[in-house]
Ligand binder design. Structure first.
Ligand code: NAP
Length: 460
C-alpha cells in the first residue's frame, strides 16, 4: 500500500516545508505495544532517566539556533521568540532531570493506630503506564518537552502525536533523544497524522494509561468524555485579563503588554487579551500602548527584526479580522491595526469593548488586545472573572490591600501582581480552571500525575 503523507506548509509564505506520514490506528497500536514491552522488560532506573534528560538539555543548548529555526519556519514564530522557546525547552529538561533524581514517596505512620502497631508503611511512586501525548501547534518544541521530559522522569514510555501543522520540532527532538541521548527504542514514538485518526486512536487505546493533551477546549473536553477510565490532563485555552490600577506602574504594564499581547501573533494560551484600565489613566495608558505597538515589526519570521508574523493559517487571520469587525460594529474603536495584508494581521488595539463581544468573551488567539475603562476596582475584578476560562490573570497596583483583594478574588490557576498574565517559567505549576483545563504542568507537577502511589506495608 502506498504510504499516505501530510504536506506541511510555511504559514508565512505558504511554501512547502516537507511532509510527514499520515499515521493510522495500526501505527499507534505498534507504538503502544513497544512502549509496554520496554516498560515491563527494561525499566529505566531514576539515575538513567536523569542522565538521558541532562544529555538532552545539553544537546538542546548546543543546537538552540537550529531548533529555533525549525520552530520559526513551521509555526511562523519570529526567530527571536523561537529562540526563547528553545531556551525554555532546555529548562524543561533540566527541571525534569532534577525531578527524576529526587522522586520519592512518603512514610505512612501505620503505628499511629492500634491496628498498625508493628507495621512499617510507605508510599512508592511508580510509573502510571504508557503516556499518550497530544500537542498543539503554537509551542511545537517546548510543549512537547513538557510532555516527554516529565514522562521520562516518571519512568513512562510515550506515544506522541504532534500538531499536523508543526510536526518537525517534535520529530527532531525525538531523534535527538533516541539517537544521541541514550533513550532506548520503544520509550518514545512519534506518530504523525490527523487528530481524527491518530489522536482518537491514542485516546481509545486500552493500554494507554494517561493522556496529556494541550490544545483547544472542544477537543480537550471531547477527549475527557471519550476516555472516562483514563487519567486525562487537559491544558486548554484562555482569554487572559489584566487590571491596571492608577497606583500601579502602568507605563511598565504598557511596555510588557506590547510583548505579551502580540508575541507569536497572540497565539499563546496566556496571551494578554482583556485589559481593564482605570478611567483616570485610560487615555494616557492607551496612547502609550498604541505608540509601543506601532513600533512592532511585522513580517518574515526568519528576519531578526520581526516581532509579529503570520497566523498559523490564512483562515485564522480572516477569523480574527471578522471578530475585530464585529466588535467595531458593536461600538468598539480601533486605536491601531485592524487590517489584514496577505497572511499578516496587523497588531490591533481596541477600546470601548464590552464583555459580550467575541474579542472579550472568546479566546482571540490572534494579535488583538481589547481595552475597557472602569471606575471601581471591584467591578474590574468582577469583569476579569466573568469568563468561562481560568488560566492566569493579573493586576498592576502598588496598594497592598488591592493586591491582596485581587489574589483572593481572581478565580484563576495563577494570579500575578505587577506582571502580565502571560508570564510563565517552566518549573512553576501551570494550568487552569473551568474551560481552561483540569491539571497542572511543570515537571514536578506533571510527574505527580504520571506516577501512581503504591502503598507498601511491612510487618516488622
Ligand atoms: P487543537 O486544534 O485542539 O489541536 C491540538 C492537538 O489535538 C493537535 O495535535 C490536533 O491534531 C489534535 N486533535 C485534533 N482533533 C483531535 C481529536 N478529535 N482527538 C484527538 N486529538 C485531536 O489546538 P491548536 O489549534 O493546535 O492549539 C491552540 C489551542 O491550544 C488554543 O486554544 C490554546 O489556548 C491552547 N493551548 C493551551 C495551552 C495551555 O498550556 N493551557 C498551551 C498552548 C495552547 P491535528 O493538528 O492533526 O488537528
Amino acid at each position: 500500500m502506498v504510504e499516505q503523507r501530510i504536506e506541511v506548509r510555511n504559514p508565512y509564505d505558504g511554501s512547502l516545508i516537507g511532509s510527514v506520514p499520515r499515521g493510522t490506528a495500526a501505527d499507534v497500536d505498534r507504538a503502544v505495544r513497544a512502549a509496554r514491552s520496554v516498560m515491563s522488560d527494561a525499566p529505566l532506573a531514576p539515575f538513567e532517566r536523569a542522565e538521558i534528560l541532562d544529555r538532552a538539555a545539553q544537546l538542546l543548548r548546543e543546537r538552540q539556533d537550529d531548533f529555533a529555526r525549525t520552530i520559526a519556519i513551521e509555526a511562523a514564530k519570529p526567530i527571536k521568540t523561537a529562540r526563547v522557546e528553545a531556551q525554555r525547552a532546555i529548562s524543561t529538561f533540566q527541571f525534569s532531570a532534577a525531578v527524576a533524581r529526587t522522586l520519592t514517596g512518603e512514610m505512612v505512620p501505620l503505628d499511629a493506630s492500634d491496628a498498625g502497631a508493628g507495621k512499617l508503611g510507605f508510599v512508592l511512586r511508580v510509573p502510571v503506564g504508557v503516556v499518550g501525548a497530544i500537542s498543539p501547534f503554537n509551542f511545537p518544541l517546548n510543549l512537547v518537552a513538557h510532555k516527554i521530559a516529565p514522562a521520562i522522569a516518571a519512568g513512562c514510555a510515550v506515544v506522541l502525536k504532534p500538531a499536523s501543522q508543526t510536526p518537525f520540532s517534535a520529530i527532531k527532538l525525538a531523534d535527538l533523544l533516541l539517537d544521541e541521548c541514550g533513550l532506548p527504542d520503544g520509550w518514545l514514538t512519534v506518530v504523525t497524522g490527523s487528530g481524527g485518526d491518530v489522536g482518537n486512536a491514542i485516546v481509545d487505546h486500552p493500554d494507554i494509561a494517561l493522556i496529556t493533551f494541550t490544545g483547544s477546549p472542544p477537543v480537550g473536553w471531547g477527549i475527557r468524555e471519550r476516555a472516562p477510565r483514563k487519567r486525562v490532563g487537559l491544558e486548554l485555552g484562555n482569554n487572559a485579563p489584566v487590571v491596571i490600577e492608577p497606583s500601579g506602574d502602568w507605563r511598565t504594564a504598557a511596555s510588557k503588554i506590547k510583548v505579551a499581547g502580540f508575541s507569536h501573533a497572540g497565539q499563546s494560551c496566556i496571551s494578554t487579551q482583556r485589559v481593564f484600565v482605570h478611567r483616570s489613566i485610560h487615555d494616557d495608558f492607551a496612547a502609550t500602548l498604541v505608540d509601543a505597538v506601532r513600533e512592532l515589526v511585522v513580517g518574515d519570521p526568519l528576519d531578526e527584526a520581526t516581532d509579529v508574523s503570520a497566523l498559523i493559517a490564512p483562515s485564522e487571520a480572516e477569523r480574527v479580522k471578522s471578530w475585530i469587525d464585529g466588535a467595531v460594529a458593536g461600538g468598539a474603536k480601533v486605536l491601531t491595526g485592524g487590517d489584514v495584508e496577505g497572511r499578516l494581521l496587523e497588531p490591533t488595539v481596541l477600546t470601548d469593548v464590552t464583555p459580550d463581544m467575541k474579542v472579550c468573551s472568546e479566546e482571540v488567539f490572534g494579535p488583538v488586545v481589547a481595552l475597557a475603562a472602569y471606575d471601581d476596582v471591584d467591578d474590574a475584578l468582577r469583569l476579569a472573572n466573568d469568563t468561562r476560562y481560568g488560566l492566569q490573570a493579573a493586576i498592576f497596583t502598588n496598594e497592598l490591600d488591592v493586591a491582596l483583594r485581587a489574589i483572593q478574588t481572581l478565580d484563576f490557576g495563577g494570579v500575578l501582581v505587577n506582571e502580565v498574565p502571560t508570564w510563565r517559567t517552566d518549573q512553576m505549576p501551570y494550568g487552569g480552571l473551568r474551560d481552561s483545563g483540569n491539571t497542572r504542568e511543570g515537571p514536578a507537577y506533571a510527574v505527580r500525575e504520571m506516577t501512581e502511589e503504591r502503598l507498601v506495608v511491612i510487618q516488622q
